[in-house]
Design a protein around this ligand. Structure first.
Ligand SMILES: O=P(O)(O)OC[C@H]1O[C@H](O[C@H]2O[C@H](CO)[C@@H](O)[C@H](O)[C@H]2O)[C@H](O)[C@@H](O)[C@@H]1O
Ligand SMILES: O=c1ccn([C@@H]2O[C@H](COP(=O)(O)OP(=O)(O)O)[C@@H](O)[C@H]2O)c(=O)[nH]1
Length: 476
């Protein structure tokens, strides 16, 4: 995909997390959007990552810089806004509920006001930067009401929304106090995209049952006086970029080092943010079961688990760190030998440039979330493999990626024995079967890459009927 031509609408991307698109970032959303904007150019607007203790509530300084063909505009947040919007509502309410974890949600009534204030702030700061023919693409659960706030300020441009995380079944969604407000806000967009068909069907179920929406065409629903298009657009990788990274000096160096360190053993690898949705304790228990039940794995399989620190100020994340340390410690204590430690656990972020070498040196990739919007690590692991001697992906059926990646070994991460058996199968899989599975997975990953994702979403948005002028505006 080349830069958007003169005369074509400019792409404006809005997301909470932004990154310099010329550098690598951790977190699937920032990685994917940097890849997209690097090839299209445009404006990327979001939170600066800074907290300004001087700023009053609902206010923040805007910083504008140029990064190659991308203009970056970022806003600071004051502590109270950051805490109620990002830690509170986005990551204390929406994240757990959208990942089916009502038990972890903190329905503090104060959070929603901060969430709304920051969405209003984003709308206010973005408006003056917009051109009449811009096409605006808003990302993720932090910014669901942004289009409605922009519309309230007179924005008539096309606006699309993509949800990177799962959308739960209607009755789980309906547990959020004010859920109707959130879904009503979605109808201010012209197009809403989801990661999977499962998410799309939950959306259809919710709007039909709770908002009495009418389905007017295959992918169009009418409610609150507006018609909205919704569809599934599974996010992909920049396969070329990741392949280049694999063969770059840093990738090769990492590969060589891992191979020589583990020349006598088979490596298993896990790379995740330390998040309860990623199923890390369940993975450790499955690995422990493997060592217990399949003695041939002892002294011959080593699991390298990277757990990148994440959202440490959100209460629901407190326990997982201790649980992981205790599980890894007890596995090493019980099964380790003087010359072999079963688990190498790193509680830190590893630079993305080093990951392909680690993936390529591993016989098994473990991607076993309890729920995940997509999971780009699953795709990265496959792309980094040597096609002549590829490793095997063990993938949770509850990751969005499982809808596309049927040739992985699909597991139920809650089933310790079943997951251990799949790991054992992966460790002993014959070369021919590994090659066949890898070839099929690569075909899908190449066909539905990040450029396909971006082009198909934007093509649908450009076609979506502009119903903005003269629409009686739904006030939130
Ligand atoms: O920004 P953070 O709070 O540090 O969190 C990092 C990102 O996590 C989530 O990523 C999701 O998007 C990925 C790409 O589509 C997808 O593969 C993954 O399954 C999702 O969990 C979150 O949705 C992003 O907003 C965060 O930036
Ligand atoms: O220590 C780490 C951990 C993760 N990542 C990257 O962060 C992204 C994680 O995206 P994913 O979709 O798997 O999950 P998310 O963290 O966005 O929920 C992937 O590109 C990883 O390569 C990284 O660079 N270093």
């Amino acid at each position: 995909m080349g830069h958007r031509d003169l005369g074509q609408p400019r792409l404006v991307v809005v997301s909470n997390r932004i990154a310099d698109p010329r550098k690598t970032a951790a977190g699937g959303l920032a990685v994917a959007l940097a890849d997209v904007l690097n090839s299209t150019g445009g404006l990327w607007f979001g939170w600066s990552g800074k907290i300004d203790d001087e700023a009053p509530q609902g206010e923040g300084k805007v910083h504008v810089t140029q990064a190659g063909s991308v203009k970056l505009a970022t806003v600071d947040l004051c502590r109270a806004d950051h805490d109620s919007y990002y830690l509170g509502y986005a990551n204390g309410v929406l994240w757990p509920v959208f990942h089916y974890r009502l038990d972890l949600a903190d329905f503090d009534a104060g959070y929603i006001a901060g969430y709304r204030r920051v969405n209003q702030l984003f709308a206010k700061k973005l408006m003056p930067l917009l051109r009449p023919d811009d096409i605006i693409w808003v990302h993720d659960y932090h910014l669901i009401p942004l289009a409605a706030e922009l519309r309230a300020l007179g924005c008539t441009q096309r606006i699309g929304f993509f949800l990177h995380i799962p959308l739960p079944p209607p009755l789980i969604l309906a547990a959020i106090p004010g859920h109707d407000w959130l879904i009503r806000a979605l109808f201010a967009y012209d197009l809403v995209g989801f990661q999977s068909q499962a998410d799309l069907s939950h959306f259809a179920g919710y709007v039909t049952a709770e908002a009495h929406a009418q389905q007017v065409e295959e992918h169009r629903w009418r409610a609150f006086g507006r018609t909205l298009e919704a569809n599934a657009f599974p996010i992909g990788l920049d396969v070329e970029e990741f392949t280049t990274l694999t063969h770059a000096p840093e990738g090769r160096d990492m590969y060589e080092r891992m191979r020589s360190e583990y020349s006598r053993r088979k490596l298993l690898v896990g790379v995740d943010r330390l998040d309860y949705s990623k199923g890390l304790p369940q993975r450790m228990r499955a690995f422990r079961h493997l060592l217990d039940k399949y003695p041939e794995a002892r002294n011959s399989a080593t699991l390298v688990q990277i757990a990148s620190p994440s959202r440490e100020d959100v209460e629901a994340y407190n326990d997982i760190l201790k649980e992981m340390e205790s599980l890894c410690g007890s596995i090493n204590g019980n099964f380790g030998e003087l010359d072999w430690m079963p688990v190498r656990y790193l509680h830190r972020t590893v630079a993305r440039a080093r990951l392909p070498g680690l993936y390529r040196a591993s016989r098994v990739g473990l991607v076993t979330p309890l729920r995940d919007g997509m999971n780009l690590v699953a795709k990265e692991f496959v792309v980094a493999q040597n096609p002549e001697d590829p490793g095997v992906l063990v993938l949770s059926r509850f990751a969005g990626a499982a809808e596309q990646m049927r040739e992985a070994l699909l597991v139920n991460p809650y089933d310790t024995e079943g997951t251990a058996a799949a790991i054992q199968l992966a460790l002993s899989m014959p070369l021919e079967e590994r090659r066949e599975r890898h070839e099929h997975l690569m075909k899908t990953i190449r066909r539905q890459d990040v450029h396909w994702w971006c082009q198909s979403f934007l093509a649908a948005l450009e076609k979506a009927q502009a119903e903005v002028k003269g629409t009686p505006w739904l006030r939130l």
